[in-house]
Design a binder for this molecule. Structure first.
Ligand SMILES: [Zn+2]
Length: 492
């Protein structure tokens, strides 16, 4: 070094002095920087963490709490508690539960990283974060991160999600435990113990509440629902439930619809789509009441209070988006032949290549070219058969005798055969006799299995009395409004 520096003619003393000063400057700059960095990591802004609520009480209550099910009383706020309730109460007893918290009143995105008033560090997962990276950032042992990641119950820590919260419990520079909110309904708690790291899942408290809406329909069900405050995500469900019994394309307006639905929230946040509980549809003085029920299959279905299923074995239409371009008629002037000919199906106009779905389970009875039908598929289901014509092509494997499932794609919309425009010609036949697919009464599912009947009747009575009670309340309110406006009218 001396010779190198010496060649430039710098005295050694000067060089050493310069090094000393440079080192001092570096130390100051790095020191300031790192203290700034740690200040950014851990802002002592406790107000921002105030939304975090410790859940000890809830966990203590877990053992005695009702488990959410369709048995839950309608119209009452309730607790949803996990299958892990037993674990949770065990944890309470061993003192682990202090770590479980629920950010109940936390407005989305308001909590920033930082030190909480209980000494824990709140970390928000950033893009590209792994547990190891986060540990490094917080000067924690990498080996701890690796061991924790390997815990069998800690899969969520191996795939951290951006924006989720992680709480690090650090005491004297050592990690004591951590919690992760990877799933809104589940909360992961990792603890250090004499035998190493262990982890547990806790299910967060969910508050469910029932809601009632009643209103007059216009000619469009969806519009009317949305206008009257029905959550958008429920509209499809209502339409599905009703469409098996009511021809929704023929609404005249003035029909009355009352719906009961359930919302589940953690804090202010909806944690799943609202669920339809039941509904009343009144038209022409007749009431159709439908009750939601989750049967043994786990599938949600709708039944009349006497247990008659509304879910048909058939879908009404084989296309999800279309316009009826020509109706079923026993006599119409044929657009090509110009003669009076019956139109024994319905024409559904849709763009070329739109997938065509089988409207029921069944067996392919015919798949090929058939005169004016063009490319035709016939699906047979007992005494019912459905025909799909003018296809541009068939789906793979559509051969005679092949079994298809309801909803399965069997072909694609086209204009083959005698056809003036791209559309699907769809027929619905019972014992070979064509019926109007738009209005035919679709065969309903049979009654509930006898072992489910008892359970269903309990649910139906509860939902039914909820609908009646809420309807009565509403009528009373309307009557008051009515008499008030009458009184006003008398005065004027
Ligand atoms: Zn047609």
């Amino acid at each position: 070094m001396e010779s190198l520096l010496g060649r430039r003619g710098l005295p050694l003393r000067f060089v050493l002095g310069a090094f000393l000063i440079f080192g001092l400057i570096c130390w100051v700059v790095i020191g300031v920087r790192s203290s700034r960095a740690s200040r950014r990591e851990i802002p002592l802004d406790l107000s921002k963490a105030a939304g975090l609520v410790v859940l000890d009480k809830d966990l203590a209550a877990a053992e005695n709490s009702a488990v959410y099910s369709d048995e839950t009383p309608v119209g009452k706020s309730l607790f949803e508690i996990s299958a892990a309730a037993a674990d949770a109460s065990r944890a309470t007893n061993s003192g682990l539960s202090h770590n479980v918290r629920l950010d109940a009143d936390k407005p989305a995105g308001s909590v920033t990283d930082g030190l909480l008033n209980d000494g824990r560090h709140l970390v928000t997962v950033r893009a590209g974060d792994t547990l190891v990276k986060i540990f490094k950032r917080h000067c924690l042992k990498e080996s701890d991160a690796l061991q924790i990641s390997k815990l069998s119950g800690a899969a969520s820590l191996r795939r951290l999600q951006v924006g989720k919260s992680l709480w690090l419990d650090v005491r004297d520079g050592r990690l004591q435990g951590l919690e992760y909110d990877g799933n809104r309904l589940k909360h992961l708690v990792v603890k250090s113990s004499a035998s190493g790291w262990s982890c547990n899942d806790y299910v967060v408290r969910v508050d469910s509440s029932d809601h009632f809406l009643s209103f007059e329909l216009g000619r469009n069900l969806a519009d009317s629902c949305v206008r009257n405050g029905v959550p958008r995500r429920l509209v499809g469900e209502i339409s599905q439930a009703l469409s098996q019994r009511v021809n929704l394309r023929n609404l005249k307006g003035g029909e009355q619809l009352s719906v009961a639905y359930r919302e589940s929230r953690v804090g202010n946040e909806l944690v799943k789509s609202p669920e339809l509980v039941g509904l009343d549809y009144i038209a022409g003085g007749k009431k159709l009441r439908l009750i939601a029920f989750v049967g043994e299959s786990g599938r949600r279905a709708y039944f009349t209070p006497d247990g008659q299923g509304t879910q048909s074995q058939f879908n009404r239409y084989p296309l999800s988006k279309f316009r009826v371009s020509s109706k079923f008629t026993k006599s119409r002037r044929h657009p090509i032949y110009g003669t009076l000919r019956p139109h024994l199906g319905v024409d559904l106009s849709a763009s070329y290549g739109t997938p065509v779905h089988a409207t029921s389970d069944g067996t392919i009875d015919f798949a090929g070219f058939h005169g004016g039908y063009g490319r035709l598929v016939v699906v047979k289901n007992g005494r019912y058969s459905t025909r799909y014509a003018h296809l541009s092509r068939f789906a793979k494997g559509m051969n005679r005798g092949v079994r298809v499932k309801r909803g399965e794609v069997i072909g694609y919309v086209g204009s083959s055969g005698v056809s003036t425009s791209t559309h699907l010609h769809y027929e619905f036949r019972i014992n070979g006799v064509p019926h109007d697919p738009v209005s035919v009464k679709l065969p309903g599912e049979s009654l509930l299995a006898s072992r489910q009947r008892h359970q269903f009747i309990t649910v139906a009575q509860r939902v039914g009395s909820y609908l009646d009670r809420e309807q009565a309340k509403r009528n009373k309110t309307l009557a008051v409004v009515d008499s008030n406006s009458n009184a006003n009218a008398d005065r004027s």
